[in-house]
Design a protein around this ligand. Structure first.
Ligand SMILES: NC(=O)c1ccc[n+]([C@@H]2O[C@H](COP(=O)([O-])OP(=O)(O)OC[C@H]3O[C@@H](n4cnc5c(N)ncnc54)[C@H](O)[C@@H]3O)[C@@H](O)[C@H]2O)c1
Ligand SMILES: [Fe+2]
Length: 384
């Protein structure tokens, strides 16, 4: 049997209203004052209230940092760390989207460390430990609550990852109620992000393994069956719960069998054009899958009936191509844009995007087919 390693968040609490228990959890870890990391929208919507009440009731002081912005810039994170140190925090909690969760993870690592953030980009480079850390996602997408990853925007536009086991939190808190008010556009984009995590984990070249496969399959089943309902009937609690669970399972899968060219080609779109992460994935997804088809056809065929039951029982090639075609149709059915030209990209931008995508070597090594600059350019051209 092929050898593999598998790591994930030690404890998961999946329960409606679970954020109210974060206070007890932090107090139980001996915390007296925690950084509460979120964004202004989450505070305004009242999504942080139950967690903040619970912390106060448990006698834990709170310093709120609510200045997280999407695709967290390095300077924002470093500013937060400086203030967290001055506040004397001894734990970190985050209720928010992937941007808040990723920021919280780095605050927990950097608050007590002399290692500069710039020395942490890459795989396994974080030295030392971190403060107690609890993460509660409000989007069903990134799976950040179970990944050892934080994605940071460095300089004007480049996205870099810190990937180290210290970034796995102590607890992931899944409270589907937090996602009920998520607008349709964000539900669609983050849901597609989660589906891409599962697809890329299942076809990941180097570290794909039997556990990540089980998780990716179950994730895709849940996400595929519920993404339309979650977008069109936002109050459907069962669909919301299934999406949140699916995104966590996909996160567990890709944390161990990493994502590949879809993400590598999506990141420059986020960096240069501020396209939301899930939408940038959706825009390049069908074209990257077409490119990978020669190497990944059998695997796409295995996934096809899980997401699109009507493809069950068909020949392999028809299932694999049907999978790509049905994914192509899913974006517009959810009201998403489908072409790069619709998000401000023009033909002149494509060489720059392809150059940047090729810098994502951490991801490209996992792609089932070798990616080249010329191939990346062709994929962007097809997606324009
Ligand atoms: N750590 C990882 O493993 C990992 C994986 C994939 C992506 N990412 C990163 O995560 C970030 C994207 O995170 P995201 O897609 O969750 O979005 P986000 O955190 O950037 O939030 C997007 C928007 O949604 C709003 N929002 C969030 N939850 C809401 C809710 N319940 N109701 C209403 N509005 C809500 C936010 O206020 C924000 O305006 C990117 O930086 C991406 O690179 C990280
Ligand atoms: Fe992603």
């Amino acid at each position: 049997m092929k050898s593999f390693t598998f790591q994930t968040t030690r404890s998961v609490l999946c329960e409606v209203g679970a954020t109210a228990k974060i206070g007890e959890i932090m107090a139980g870890q001996g915390c007296r004052k925690v950084a509460f990391v979120t964004d202004a929208m989450i505070l305004e919507l009242g999504l942080a209230e139950a967690a903040l009440d619970g912390l106060r009731k448990a006698g834990v002081d709170v310093w709120i940092f609510s200045e997280v912005v999407a695709d967290p810039p390095e300077a924002m994170i470093l500013g937060a760390v400086e203030r967290a140190r001055a506040e004397g925090i001894d734990g970190v909690v985050s209720v928010g989207g992937g941007s808040s969760l990723d920021t919280a993870k780095l605050i927990a690592v950097l608050a007590n460390s002399d290692q500069p953030l710039s020395a942490m980009y890459g795989v396994g480079l974080v030295e030392g430990g971190r403060l107690p850390l609890v993460l509660a996602p409000t989007t069903a997408g990134t799976g950040s609550e179970v990944t050892p990853i934080s994605i940071v925007t460095t300089g004007a536009s480049e996205k870099k990852g810190v990937v180290s086991p210290q970034l796995l939190p102590d607890w992931a808190i899944l409270d589907a109620e937090l996602t009920v008010g998520l607008p349709a556009a964000i539900t669609a984009a983050t849901g597609i992000d989660a589906m891409v995590h599962a697809i890329e984990a299942y076809t990941s070249k180097v570290k794909k393994n039997v556990v990540s496969d089980c998780l990716a399959r179950q994730a895709l089943e849940l996400l595929g069956a519920n993404i339309r309902t979650a977008c069109h009937e936002p109050q459907d609690r069962d669909a919301r719960g299934a999406m949140l669970l699916g995104s966590m399972l996909a996160g567990m899968a890709f944390a161990n069998a990493p994502v590949a060219a879809v993400h590598a080609l999506a990141y420059p779109l986020g960096g240069h054009f501020h396209v939301p992460h899930g939408l940038s994935n959706a825009l390049v997804l069908p074209h990257v899958l077409d490119f990978n088809m020669s190497e990944a056809e059998a695997l796409y065929a295995e996934l096809a009936p899980l997401v699109f039951p009507e493809l069950a029982g068909q020949p392999v090639a028809r299932q694999a191509n049907g999978f790509v075609d049905a994914l192509k149709a899913l974006g517009p059915a959810l009201g998403m844009q489908t072409r790069l030209s619709e998000v401000g990209v023009s033909h002149n931008n494509l060489p720059m995007l392809a150059e940047d995508a090729m810098k994502q070597t951490r991801l490209l090594v996992n792609n089932p087919r070798e990616m080249t600059y010329d191939a990346a350019l062709e994929i962007y051209e097809a997606a324009l």
